[in-house]
Design a protein around this ligand. Structure first.
Ligand SMILES: Cc1ncc(COP(=O)(O)O)c(C=O)c1O
Length: 355
């Protein structure tokens, strides 16, 4: 099998838009892209020029950080863009099927809908104390429904658990030749589970999503990436907008990958894990809290006796958490991002007022 077997037949070998920068790179007198010859007086990044379609230095730095080759990685506008590109590449418009496991990150279903693809939901299992994947059910239903792409979020948003590597491998093996498996590791840095990246060499049906928005503290820069077989990456690149990564974002992302910034990121993650444990314990001690789900990410999913009152009371006090009422399985839950120690103190104080 080749990675191209997971791609729509009409996109195999498709080159996408031939931008000015793609057609000819280099040169000193640039009269090929209808840009302004003069930059703004305040501009230090030559923003009068279009950026590289894939900023090469950033692509190489991200690939080095994730331990892959540059041609296995596509830099995207957050992992949100990668989700959209993967659905476009794997699903024939109006016919494709996308497998998800609810409750899960909403963008898989949103992008599927925008592409007129049907969502095949294989819900997570719950024993009331934690969520887990129905791996056998996922295999059977993906195959029975002919889904061509499956999204699995690990660590899972909003439920917090991770899928052990051995089970991931079982899923990839069973769907080899039939379905592209996308493992979304947006919260991977907060987890002790190994990354799915170690399985890339064995499974051409695997794509891994990464982002600089969470642990790397660059949500505002909109930089993420998808890592997969180079043939699949080439197709995704052809589906991308001509100049997706703005120069200021590329420059900022490069700084976040410097050794110094990476050391600071590791410290920030350690601090977050300490706060996560402290918040978990403190929430459990509150009268109104029924359950705190175990979490491998930078948030806690919490069941309350009175979730709506708590949500409203927090809002009144300027504290914004995420209501989960749109997911029937989480109707009494709030998802709470682990903040700074001060932010967590404020949260706990106001939650206690309502108990
Ligand atoms: C699981 C998951 N995947 C992807 C994203 C998108 O992140 P971004 O587009 O900022 O990389 C999010 C954002 O919250 C997320 O929770």
């Amino acid at each position: 099998m080749s990675a191209l077997d997971y791609v729509r037949a009409d996109l195999r070998g498709y080159d996408g838009y031939l931008s000015a920068r793609k057609q000819n790179s280099g040169g000193q007198v640039l009269l090929n892209a209808n840009e302004s010859p003069v930059a703004q007086a305040f501009d230090t990044l030559a923003l009068n020029r279009y950026p590289e379609p894939q900023p090469q230095r950033l692509r190489e730095a991200m690939a080095a950080y994730y331990g892959t080759a540059a041609e296995q990685l596509l830099v995207t506008r957050g992992s949100d863009e990668a989700i959209d590109l993967l659905i476009r590449a794997a699903c024939v418009p109006g016919q494709g099927r996308v497998a998800i496991q609810s409750p899960t990150f909403g963008m898989y279903a949103v992008c599927a809908r925008l592409h007129a693809a049907e969502v095949i939901d294989i819900p997570l299992l719950s024993d009331g104390k934690q969520f887990s994947w129905n791996v056998q059910g996922m295999i059977e239903q993906t195959l029975a429904n002919g889904a061509t792409v499956l999204f699995l979020c690990s660590p899972a948003n909003p439920t917090g658990q991770s899928l052990p590597l051995a089970q991931m491998q079982g899923l990839l093996q069973a769907l080899k030749g039939r379905c592209l498996v996308v493992i979304d590791e947006a919260y991977g840095e907060y987890s002790t589970q190994p990354s799915a990246l170690s399985l890339l060499a064995q499974y051409e049906n695997l794509a891994v999503l990464k982002t600089l928005s969470k642990a790397h503290a660059l949500a505002g820069a909109r930089v993420g990436g998808v890592i997969a077989d180079p043939a699949l990456i080439a197709v995704l690149k052809a589906c991308q907008a001509p100049y997706p990564i703005a120069k200021p974002s590329a420059e900022t992302a490069l700084q976040a990958l410097s050794p110094q910034a990476l050391a600071a990121t590791r410290s920030a993650v350690d601090l977050c894990l300490e706060q996560r444990q402290r918040l978990h314990n403190a929430l459990l001690a509150l009268q109104d809290v029924l359950h705190v789900y175990p979490s491998d990410a930078n948030f806690l999913l919490v069941r309350f006796r009175n979730p709506e009152q708590q949500h409203a009371h927090l809002l009144k006090n300027g504290i914004v958490v995420r209501a989960m009422a749109q997911y029937p399985a989480l109707h009494d839950c709030l998802r709470i991002t682990v903040g700074s120690a001060e932010e967590n103190n404020a949260l706990l104080t106001h939650l206690a007022e309502q108990a």
